[in-house]
Write a protein that binds this ligand. Structure first.
Ligand code: COA
Length: 356
């Protein structure tokens, strides 16, 4: 009997040209570029063009800008995100009403646009604010920031863009795998993205940054960090924003997001607190698990950055989806071109036939 790979840890399920997560080295390459370089200077349109092209959906930054803007306007007329308590529920419901268009690339632009438009619709409605129509003259991240906050703030919009680019793809993570499983059956891209949204919702994947901010609020000041973290670990609770299935180092995206927060130029007591809490948490987890490397992950500084650009914690997971949809769509395209039906096996541990 073959050993069961619980959680599929270390199992290679696909070949991909989209991203390479080198967990031991703390390196992330996205379609041929280091995440640090992309997060520093790429537009969201450029990152999307890079991913789509690598997946066989050839396009350019200029084409993405034009067609994504047009798609935002188009889908805004058709979509209506419900006022659900949870933004991921609203996003899942809104996107599920879409259908594929005539071409694969146009469907990809519509789904990418729809994630941002539906997130902003839900967010504004949930706060009792009027929904803002897309502005196709703006770049995608700037328009998303405006549709969310109602503000024209280029510095904050650039901070958000650096976030979206940094999280646009990340190897065979759970939501990407879910999207690829759906695509592997020959199903449509809408279904694949809706499945991915369901996977991203969980706190072990994309649901952690809101709780990270709750944790920072509960700690309050750097000098209280040690007692608070020790108390959580003693109670057997996980420290949100720490630990990763693949990285055995500090998640390289954390540094990009930390730098993006600093670049906003504001005096940020929260950034100071976050850095102090990170140090304390790393030390405490090392003491409890000396043989493991439980270091900071992407969600930790996601929380600090998104908060600093004026987005409420309730929207953190949907914002993650806004960036990651680019990667999901590229993986769906790649799976269609090079993949095979994904159908693993299981080990039966139930009763033998004939047992009473
Ligand atoms: N805080 C406290 N303990 C943690 C921990 C954390 N953040 N992350 C892992 N551990 C502990 C586990 O409790 C487990 O201990 P045990 O063997 O005594 O049960 C051990 O370390 C190994 O954890 P495991 O669940 O095997 O690691 P994983 O690879 O499956 O989990 C995560 C990876 C990300 C799910 C996990 O680190 C976690 O839950 N982190 C917090 C949530 C989070 O930040 N998610 C966002 C991920 S990007």
């Amino acid at each position: 009997m073959k050993a069961t790979a619980n959680g599929l840890e270390g199992v290679v399920a696909a070949e991909t040209a989209l991203s390479d997560v080198r967990g031991d080295e703390g390196v992330l390459v996205i379609a041929g570029a280091d995440v640090e370089a992309l997060g520093e200077s790429a537009s969201f349109e450029a990152a999307t063009a890079r991913l789509f092209t690598a997946a066989g959906l050839a396009t350019t930054e200029a084409q993405v800008k034009e067609r994504l803007a047009a798609a935002r306007v188009r889908v805004a007329r058709r979509l209506s995100a419900p006022v659900a308590a949870n933004g991921m529920d609203a996003l899942r419901a809104a996107l599920a009403t879409l259908s594929e268009t005539d071409t694969e690339l146009e469907t990809a632009f519509e789904l990418l646009a729809a994630t941002s438009v539906a997130t902003a619709q839900w967010y504004r409605r949930a706060r009792g604010e009027p929904v803002l129509a897309p502005d196709p003259s703006l770049a995608h991240a700037a328009d998303l920031h405006r549709m969310m906050t109602g503000a024209h703030d280029p510095l904050a919009a650039r901070g958000l863009e650096r976030y979206l680019v940094t999280v646009c793809d990340h190897g065979m993570n759970a939501s990407t795998f879910a999207a690829r499983v759906v695509a592997s059956t020959g199903s449509d891209a809408v279904s694949a993205v809706v499945a991915a949204i369901g996977a991203l919702k969980g706190p072990l994947h994309g649901g952690a940054p809101g709780p990270v901010l709750d944790m920072l609020d509960a700690i309050g000041t750097p000098e209280r960090a040690e007692a608070w973290i020790d108390g959580e670990i003693a109670a057997g609770r996980r420290i949100m924003g720490m630990g990763h299935r693949v990285y055995k180092t500090r998640d390289p995206r954390a540094a990009v997001l930390e730098a993006a927060t600093k670049a906003l130029g504001k005096d940020s007591p929260r950034l100071t607190l976050a850095r102090a809490v990170e140090g304390v948490a790393r030390k405490a987890l090392k003491a409890k698990y000396p043989d493991r490397s439980l270091d900071v992950n992407v969600e930790f500084y996601t929380a600090v950055l998104l908060d600093a650009v004026g987005i409420d914690r309730a929207a953190f997971s949907p914002m993650f989806a806004c960036g990651r949809t680019a990667g999901w769509l590229a993986h769906v395209a790649e799976q269609r071109r090079t993949g095979r039906l994904i159908r693993p096996a299981s080990t039966y541990v139930g009763a033998e036939a004939g047992c009473p």
